[in-house]
Ligand binder design. Structure first.
Ligand SMILES: Nc1nc2c(ncn2[C@@H]2O[C@H](COP(=O)(O)OP(=O)(O)OP(=O)(O)O)[C@@H](O)[C@H]2O)c(=O)[nH]1
Ligand SMILES: [Mg+2]
Length: 386
């Protein structure tokens, strides 16, 4: 079954419900909405005949207005990416007791009270980009870990994603934690499961981060060594702390983007728009501050925090029904940079879009231009997030 958000990008495809996704990428480019016979000819001349050819294209290569071409290319990429949808499966939070797993879930759910020890596995939901995502918070006390490891099929079968939480402040237990990670990987190998593993170096608190920085590289090395024996797994690292909520949002959002193709598509979209209009960054947050899409040119660690502080300010300002700029702010790092925040309307709640540019860029962040961008982006956001 072709997902709805893909169907709406196409036109004149007979019995679209019965077409397989494999066949879709072989379709003639003119089946993408808006291309039609006239523009298709221009594309044919460049050797672009099928949807899959268009997905590989760079908008500058074609002799047509870039804005239009970008839209088609994005459509083609969405169609191609829809092939990569992985089967569904569990998302679990794992790690030793006291590592901070439940605290992370609480931050994501904006729960302020302190968690108590998790007795066994607790099912929960977190809201992400308009979706309710089910997670399993696996209590890390030794007695529970033994149960999981001795009945792995029950606990670990069909896992899509593991957030593995390590308390980096508790040095005495690091080796135990790595040992447990190793056992998990061995179990997954045995079950022929290949979940994505996201490692959270947790309790990386802002006031301590300077000292902790030096403790982490050797741990990282040990983890890389473990994975060198388990090359079938993909993994990434994040530095997180409940005292720095954006660090948690970023870890979760970036990892989910790897898992859910729709999220990566949104990032691709933002990248295309940022490049087309000359921004250095383009981020979207929903009204709870959850990062649901981002493009940042180059390395810019402080940007996410700048964005989060802009978000907090923007949220205080009275909503503007016309979707104009709600906040304009000079940022400290790099000096001369600027963030502009605009309210947007998402299917399940409202959100904000953040435009960011470095100093010395010639772009004018005029309101007119911003409203043009959101006008173009909004239908896509609706398609992808509803
Ligand atoms: N300093 C600091 N403490 C944290 C952080 N995250 C959690 N904690 C504390 O760590 C303790 C354990 O947190 P939990 O979230 O209950 O740990 P858990 O991994 O769910 O533990 P189990 O349910 O037993 O597996 C609590 O006292 C938290 O307040 C953090 O980022 N920094
Ligand atoms: Mg817990």
């Amino acid at each position: 079954m072709i997902p709805y958000h893909v169907q709406v990008l196409l036109t004149n495809v007979p019995n679209i419900e019965e077409v397989s996704i494999k066949e879709l990428i072989e379709l003639d480019v003119k089946k993408i909405k808006g291309i039609g016979d006239k523009y298709a000819k221009v594309l044919y001349r460049k050797g672009i005949k099928k949807v899959k050819d268009l997905a590989k294209l760079d908008s500058q290569e074609i002799d047509l207005p870039e804005k239009i071409v970008t839209k088609w290319i994005v459509a083609a990429r969405i169609i191609v990416n829809s092939q990569k949808v992985r089967r569904t499966g569990k998302i679990i939070f794992s790690g030793l007791s006291q590592a901070g797993k439940t605290s992370i879930v609480y931050v994501l759910k904006s729960i302020v009270e302190l968690p108590t020890v998790t007795m066994g596995v607790k099912q929960d939901f977190i809201k992400f980009a308009g979706h309710n995502i089910q997670i399993s918070d696996m209590g890390g006390q030794k007695r529970f870990r033994e149960i999981y490891l001795t009945t792995p099929d029950l606990y670990f079968e069909r896992t899509k994603l593991v957030f593995y939480v390590i308390d980096i402040q508790n040095k005495k237990r690091i080796d135990d934690s790595l040992e447990y990670l190793k056992r998990l990987l061995a179990i997954y190998r045995y079950l022929h499961e290949k979940p994505f593993i996201s490692i959270f170096f947790h309790k990386f608190d802002p006031d301590l981060s300077y000292n902790l920085k030096y403790d982490i590289p050797p741990i990282k090395e040990k983890i890389e060594k473990i994975f060198s024996h388990y090359t079938e797994f993909q993994y990434n690292f994040f530095y997180t702390s409940i005292y720095n909520p954006p660090s948690i949002y970023v870890g979760i959002a970036s990892t989910l983007s790897e898992i859910f193709p729709v999220m990566s598509i949104l990032d691709v979209l933002l990248k295309d728009f940022a490049e087309l209009h000359g921004f250095d960054g383009l981020l979207i947050m929903d009204s709870t501050g959850m990062l649901i899409g981002q493009f940042i040119r180059g390395e810019q660690e402080s940007l996410v925090e700048e964005t989060y502080s802009a978000f907090k300010e923007a949220r205080k300002i009275e909503k503007n029904p016309f979707g104009n700029i709600v906040l304009r702010k000079n940022i400290a790092d790099p000096p001369g940079g600027e963030i502009v925040v605009q309210q947007i309307f998402l299917p399940h709640n409202d959100g904000f879009i953040f435009y960011w540019k470095k100093e010395d860029t010639e772009i004018d962040l005029s309101e007119y231009m911003l409203s043009e961008i959101t006008k173009t982006l909004n239908p896509w956001l609706y398609n992808l997030l509803s």
